[in-house]
Every structure is written in C-alpha cells, then in structure tokens.
Design a binder for this molecule. Sequence first.
Ligand SMILES: CC(C)(COP(=O)(O)OP(=O)(O)OC[C@H]1O[C@@H](n2cnc3c(N)ncnc32)[C@H](O)[C@@H]1OP(=O)(O)O)[C@@H](O)C(=O)NCCC(=O)NCCS
Length: 189
Amino acid sequence: MFAIPLSDTLPAELRPLEPWHAEEFLAHIDRARENLNQFIAFASLTTDLDSARATLRHYADKAAADTGAIYGIWLDGTLVGGVMFPHFDVKHLNCEIGVWAEPAGEGLGLITAGVRQLIEHAVAERGMQRIEWFSSTRNTRSRAVAQRVGMRLDGVLRSYYLHNGVRQDSEVWSLLADEWLTSPHRPTR
Ligand SMILES: CC(C)(COP(=O)(O)OP(=O)(O)OC[C@H]1O[C@@H](n2cnc3c(N)ncnc32)[C@H](O)[C@@H]1OP(=O)(O)O)[C@@H](O)C(=O)NCCC(=O)NCCS
C-alpha cells in the first residue's frame, strides 16, 4: 500500500482512503463529528457502516471517472483526518481541495502537509491550472490552511449555503499553477 510521509517528527502518513476502510472511517468520523458539524456537512453523510461505505464508494467512483478523490491521514496507525478533491475538472484544468480532521489530528500541521501533497500532484503531475478552496468566513482554521499554502482570496460569496439553519458566507481562495511552481510551500519529498 503506498503511503506518503507527512512529517519529519511524527509517524504520520497520507494514503488512499477506500471503501474497505469503511469501519475505520466511521469510527474516525464519530470522533470528528462535533468538530466538523460546526462548519461542514461532511460528517452527516456518514452515520453508520452502510453510509460510511457509500461515502467512500462515492469518492472511489469519482476517482474512477477522474472527477475527484479522497485520501486519509493516519497518525501512529489511526485515521485522524483527510484531504480530498471534491471536484477535479480535467477539461477546464481546475480542481477544489477540501479537508477535515478529528481533534487528535488538529494542531500538528498534518492537514497543511496533506494539502501541499495534493496541490503538488494536481499541478505538477496532472497539469491543473487552478486550485480552489471554499470555506465559511467564520472558519478561521480552514482559512489559515489556505493561507499557509500560499492561496489568495478571490472574494466572498455572500449567503452561499445553508448550514445549521444559518446561511453562510463562503470565502473562495485559489492558487494558480504558475504561483505554485515557484512557491516555497512545494513539498520537497
Ligand atoms: C480545518 C481543519 C482541517 C484544520 O486543521 P489544522 O490542524 O488546524 O490544520 P493544520 O494541519 O494546518 O495545522 C495547523 C496547526 O498546527 C500547528 N503546526 C504544528 N506544526 C506545524 C507544521 N509543521 N506546519 C504547519 N502547522 C503546524 C500550527 O501552528 C497550527 O496550530 P494552531 O491552530 O494552534 O495555530 C480542522 O480545523 C477541521 O477539521 N475543522 C473542521 C472541518 C472543517 O472546517 N473543514 C474545512 C472546511 S472548508
């Protein structure tokens, strides 16, 4: 199984997250649920083993169609978060990156490290020209990840989506291929 190390000091790895991980994924989402529910609906898709399998199958189908993908972050053998391409558009050469973590995976730089790997893959291997990032204007930790990898704020989509009964303003951040190829944030490994 291929795995990309994410840290020089922590036993953390980025690996494909596949339907056969459903049980592990469900346990992880249960630990992450409260954290995620503050800002995104991702955890609500995974409430039992069948829906966990369906979520991972959805991304496996996207990978097969080359329209998206999902990867997990394991810390010391435990799934603690992940990074994904919710959209991957090979016609227009743009894609979106999304992220999540349970509390044990936060505050360690692992999400930022995973995002750098995804951007590198998208730009250097797949020729993507634009990487997008959407986050609620209230989501300061998400904004910090976008800033840490050198994204720029395109603007704010006012009242863009409903979450927890409240319409949210969404920031759109982006990074262009030329910016990434000369960026100090590119991974060296
Ligand atoms: C958004 C989310 C994934 C960010 O997780 P995170 O752990 O803060 O992100 P990072 O991996 O970039 O870690 C940064 C933290 O690790 C610290 N850190 C430690 N070593 C680091 C390193 N080598 N590199 C970068 N940061 C490092 C940073 O100082 C920072 O800590 P701080 O928050 O106390 O300032 C997480 O908060 C989450 O799951 N939120 C709920 C779901 C969500 O909002 N998803 C995004 C929707 S758009």
